[in-house]
Design a protein around this ligand. Sequence first.
Ligand SMILES: Nc1nc2c(ncn2[C@@H]2O[C@H](COP(=O)(O)OP(=O)(O)OP(=O)(O)O)[C@@H](O)[C@H]2O)c(=O)[nH]1
Ligand SMILES: [Mg+2]
Length: 298
Amino acid sequence: MRTPSTECPVVLVLPAHDEEAAVGAVVARVPARAAGHPVRCLVIDDGSTDRTAARARAAGARVVSLGRNQGLGAAVRRGLAEAVDSGAAAIAFCDADGEYAPEELERLVAPILAGDADYVVGSRFTGSIQHMLPHRRLGNRVLTLALRRLTRAPITDGQSGYRALSPEAAAQAQIIHDFNYAQVLTLDLLARGARYHEVPISYRFRETGRSFVRLHRYLVAVMPAVRRQLATDVAPLRRRPLRARWSPPHTATGRHGPAGAVTSGSGTECSSSYRSTSSWAGVRPDASMPSSGSSRRS
Ligand SMILES: Nc1nc2c(ncn2[C@@H]2O[C@H](COP(=O)(O)OP(=O)(O)OP(=O)(O)O)[C@@H](O)[C@H]2O)c(=O)[nH]1
Ligand SMILES: [Mg+2]
């Protein structure tokens, strides 16, 4: 098992598209440390035509620009790959529009750093919601119910924009379309045997910028991607005993051992060699697990 040194950073990725009004303040709110680790903020500038990149840099973030606008799924995919390459001890991501609280970062990454989870989702519905449009609330409920049915996992917020992954999970995760990650990332990671965990988070609807969510376009892009995800070689969800992987922190024992479902390199240095060395316990050896940086597109 790999024990990340407390010198290895926690990386918070902020995918951003035309968020000049909010991104600087979000970066400034990122805590300097989380669970004893230094925190690095990485903004993925997804083809912004405003001053998003400059504002993020001025506030102290590292900025990676995608050049042209590629979509939220592509931006998160790139962010995960960059964070893995930088030797992160844990990787989180959230919106750059101020809807999620960077101050709550430790809550997200603590179960990963403790070795109790591979994939942590911040749940707005077990936390607090300051304002959410009624049709959004309904849409979230319906899509979450569908995801629960598909995975048989106790998911309470399938569309959350605040999540954290172990570096091993981030290296192996596949986001199979560029438009979005919400459902396909969860389906992919659970099918790979990731130990899923939720933590309550706070949420407030964006006050600036422009949302990319338009119901029709969203459904037209997301539904076929979910169908494709369910047909991939890591998706025999209905046949896998996933329940065994939802043990709450500190009781997660069993065949994965108490400190992680992932086997990877040993040692305490900040390593970025997850792609070549890691594998999920429980995943078929023939299952292909390309890196998160691969561009498998819709
Ligand atoms: N609009 C848009 N946002 C993107 C894109 N790529 C990355 N993002 C960023 O992805 C994050 C999530 O997008 P949002 O539009 O906030 O999606 P959402 O939170 O589901 O919708 P709202 O609740 O209306 O904010 C934000 O930080 C965006 O700036 C893109 O292609 N379009
Ligand atoms: Mg948002």
